[in-house]
Design a protein around this ligand. Structure first.
Ligand code: FAD
Length: 381
């Protein structure tokens, strides 16, 4: 069994790691988070480094590679935390993967090169006040008006909508039972008349706002439909699998960083005349953190690899997300314990990872929803 990454994949991981560690310093990130300032410069650097086009074939202006490459980058984003991943995911995961999953050739050729070059940002607008875990219960409605569509309704929790050029919007276009024929995905110009966008204050990741988006008779052209009218659910599946794999990898990175920070601290901090790392209560916690993070990494990598091989990957993506997101909160909690009182101060990064980790158990399909999916794959309905 060969689990080794290729030379190119290792180089990609190292390049992204050293870029992020030097560019996204604690001071830089603290300032962005405190002032809630979107890091436009970082988005541009992602484009220059070819990261926004990863997983996108070069015929559409991308950098080639696949989901494993996106996962390797996501893992490194997790090492830094903060809003760095929220600068990357809305375009490089949601936008790219939705278009790759369902858009026509013309649409892919028109938008993907712009996104890869960092000239166009997207945000994903699926969740609604009444359609969270039950994502197929979307109420936002699009109705045909001549050659155009008119969209009415409201979305919630659309990350990066306030700085997006286009919103990837799922709307109801039919009343057929089940999501398979009644939903349609649209690429909506974020400056369209009738659109309102409002940031919602939150616990962390504050440099990139997560927004409520209102649609009041928003007119979009017929060619804004991604894929087929009524085929929205099929189009979304690619993006949702990709999100789960990316988030799993991100959480592995977050867990690794918490482990590394806690280890360094435990070796340096002395109590009772010796480094606290020597106390078995601490060393065993660190041993478990390291072991569980390695387990999460292989779940994430395997699901990414399966997606790249066109093998079924929904069960594996859910297993990876459920495990790695709980791993992230568990590891950040242990990191807090190991740093003792200092963990609770903003002079150390652990408190930020602790706040941020919780999000991933809730968003992108909660842990309970991932377990439901896994159970369905086990034949339990
Ligand atoms: C900061 C942030 C960023 C986000 N970014 C985006 C984004 O960019 N785009 C987007 O579209 N959405 C985004 N989301 C939305 C996110 O994906 C949803 O919050 C998530 O899917 C859960 O939906 P909900 O919040 O409505 O919770 P609910 O669906 O109301 O769930 C509440 C609780 O009930 C549980 N529950 C619900 N149904 C079941 C069930 N069948 N079985 C067992 N338990 C169940 C859930 O697990 C959860 O614990 C974001 C959310 C946050 C907080």
């Amino acid at each position: 069994m060969d689990l080794a990454l290729t030379d190119e994949q290792r180089q990609l991981r190292e390049m992204v790691h050293s870029f992020l560690m030097s560019y996204c310093t604690k001071e830089w990130l603290d300032q962005l988070e405190a002032t809630e300032s979107y890091p436009f410069d970082l988005f541009e650097r992602f484009a220059e480094l070819g990261l926004l086009g990863l997983g996108v074939p070069s015929q559409y202006g991308g950098s080639d590679g696949g989901m494993l490459e996106v996962a390797l980058v996501s893992e490194q984003l997790g090492h830094v935390g903060g809003s760095v991943n929220m600068t990357y995911f809305p375009t490089a995961v949601f936008g790219n993967q939705t278009l790759l999953g369902g858009a026509s050739e013309e649409m892919k050729k028109a938008y993907l090169p712009e996104m890869a070059a960092g000239r166009l940002r997207t945000a994903f607008a699926l969740t609604e006040p009444e359609a969270g875990s039950d994502a197929a219960a979307v109420r936002t409605r699009a109705r045909a008006d001549g050659a155009d569509w008119l969209i009415d309704g409201s979305k919630i929790f659309s990350t990066g909508a306030h700085v997006a050029d286009y919103l990837v919007v799922t709307a109801r276009t039919g009343d057929a039972d089940g999501p398979s024929r009644s939903l349609t995905v649209f690429l909506v110009d974020a400056s369209a008349t009738g659109l309102s966008i409002r940031g919602i204050p939150k616990l962390g990741h504050n440099a990139v706002k997560t927004c409520e988006v209102g649609f009041d008779q928003v007119r979009v052209p017929g060619d804004a439909v991604v894929g087929e009218v009524g085929g929205g659910w099929r189009t979304l599946i690619n993006a949702l699998d990709a999100e789960r794999i990316g988030v799993a990898a991100l959480c592995v990175g977050l867990a690794q960083r918490c482990t590394d920070l806690a280890l360094e601290y435990a070796k340096g901090r002395e109590q009772f005349g010796q480094p606290i790392a020597r106390f078995q209560a601490i060393s065993h916690m660190l041993a478990e953190m390291e072991t569980e993070t390695a387990a999460g990494r292989w779940l994430a990598y395997e699901s990414a690899w399966r997606k790249d091989q066109d093998l079924p990957c929904s069960k594996e993506a859910s297993m990876g997300k459920a495990y790695a997101t709980e791993l992230a909160t568990r590891t950040a909690t242990r990191g807090m314990q190991i740093l003792g009182g200092y963990s609770y101060t903003t002079e150390y990064e652990m408190e930020r990872f602790y706040r941020e980790a919780k999000l991933y158990e809730v968003a992108g399909g909660s842990t309970q929803i991932q377990r439901n999916i896994i159970a369905r794959h086990l034949g339990i309905d």
